[in-house]
Design a protein around this ligand. Structure first.
Ligand code: AMP
Ligand code: MG
Length: 411
């Protein structure tokens, strides 16, 4: 049995990013940039107004107040989309709307709330500093400057920024194709009647959802029975159609736990089986170096208990998938927070306690959720983090600082 840290290090050492491709904006969400993105132009591209107001010369309004406004002639209007090539002479203002170009001759834009328009004149009730309410050309980015780093996840603001720069596509890493296999004679698809002793298959659905949450588009699911030949058939088919195979169940030490043997019969090279973690002890990990030219495939045999399957996915599979997808940061986000309740266990295994993290009187406090057994999805459903209870510790006292991994199923 190896430590959790060693297991994750071995998995990550076996993974490298997939190839690169150019992808349209509308299909980019959830990918990772394979190149740094530079500004194709200055941003903003021209001086423009941050507000609806009036363009003024600072010298015309320097003594303007609410009681003694400056009376200035309205010389025109510049709307968003106008070219804005107008010269503002002393004694004049120009109405400028938000996002409209601000001519060079305009010193500042006074918000319309401080101005009153009447019969071709504008009463300006406030002085202005040079540059006030003007967003300068290149004020955010200069042409050629790196604006997004390689390995960044494409989020909605990243897509917005790419569009703002005029890019209709971006270079990103390819995403792996996944196969998820549920195993067990007891499993029935939800929606069908259950016979005595049967249960509904939840792992296939939860693991596919977890993969989709990570941004993976191709994820097929299969069900295998607890006999060698049918499991082998399903695994061979799934391996052909995927870069990463995740099975759940049948990997422990029971009489029908055949997944590990079947995988190795299919040519998978095992790197480890069993990790000193809870939940998730029987995790199996291996690789398959298939035919020439095709990539090394990753194979995870996750435990069948639904909480174990999802926790091991979150802690071990997701980092590997992120690395394949070219992510710069692949591990779950961690925080140090105050433990709101004493935790106890036997020493030996790193325990991931399902936790609920809340803000209490200005401090982040974490407590275990109700339902900590590895078949209790209720406890995981309520959790927003996993509390690290280190392998060698037997007690974590209330009030002490605990490390938590944030549970984020969409990242
Ligand atoms: P196993 O490792 O196959 O012995 O499975 C451990 C436990 O998880 C057993 O109680 C199984 O019935 C349950 N289990 C295995 N696969 C699934 C699944 N796909 N959905 C729900 N429960 C499962
Ligand atoms: Mg089973």
């Amino acid at each position: 049995m190896i430590s959790f840290e060693e297991a994750r290090a071995q998995i990550l050492a076996s993974v490298s990013p997939l190839g690169k491709q150019e992808v349209k904006l509308t299909k980019l969400l959830g990918s990772f940039l394979s190149e740094p993105v530079t500004a194709a132009q200055d941003l903003p591209g021209f001086d423009n107004s941050a507000v609806d107001g009036f363009g003024v010369l600072v010298s015309d309004v320097h003594s303007a107040t609410a009681d003694s406004p400056a009376r200035l002639h309205l010389s025109g209007v510049i709307r968003a989309g106008d070219p804005g090539n107008l010269h503002l002479a002393p004694g004049n203002v120009v109405k400028i709307l938000t996002g409209a170009p601000v001519p060079h001759s305009v010193d500042a834009v006074v918000m319309r709330e401080y101005c009153e328009e009447s019969n071709g004149y504008v009463y300006v009730r406030q002085a202005a500093d040079r540059g006030e309410n003007i967003r300068r050309k290149g004020g955010e980015f200069r042409q050629g400057q790196v604006v997004l780093q390689q390995g960044m996840r494409v989020t909605p603001p990243v897509i917005g920024l790419l569009a703002t720069l005029g890019y209709s596509s971006a270079p990103v890493f390819k995403k792996p194709r996944l196969a998820v296999i549920g195993t067990g004679d007891e499993l029935v698809k939800p929606g069908r009647p259950l016979a005595c002793g049967q249960i509904y298959d939840s792992n296939s659905y939860a693991l596919v959802a977890a993969a989709k949450g990570l941004g993976i588009d191709v994820c097929r699911s299969y069900l295998a029975r607890d006999d060698f030949d049918s499991t082998a058939n399903v695994i061979r088919l799934a391996l052909r159609e995927s870069d990463v195979l995740i099975s759940a169940g049948g990997v422990s030490v029971g009489d029908y736990d055949i997944v590990k043997d079947v995988l190795e019969d299919c040519g998978v090279h095992g790197l480890f089986w069993k990790i000193a973690m809870k939940p998730g002890k029987p995790v199996y990990f291996g690789t398959l170096d298939s035919k020439q030219g095709s990539r090394r495939k990753l194979v995870f045999g996750l435990p069948g208990n639904p909480v174990s399957a999802l926790v091991t996915f979150h802690e071990l599979v997701a980092p590997a998938l992120r690395k394949m997808m070219g992510a710069k940061s692949v591990l779950p986000q961690t925080l140090l927070v105050t433990l709101g309740q004493t935790l106890k266990k036997r020493p030996g295994r790193l325990e991931f306690v399902r936790g609920s993290l809340v803000l209490e009187e200005g401090a982040m406090v974490v407590r275990p959720t109700t339902g900590q057994d590895s078949h209790m999805l209720g406890g995981l459903s309520q959790a927003n983090c996993l509390i690290h209870f280190p392998a060698d510790e037997e007690q974590l006292p209330e009030g002490s600082q605990a490390r938590v991994d944030l549970l984020d199923w969409s990242h």
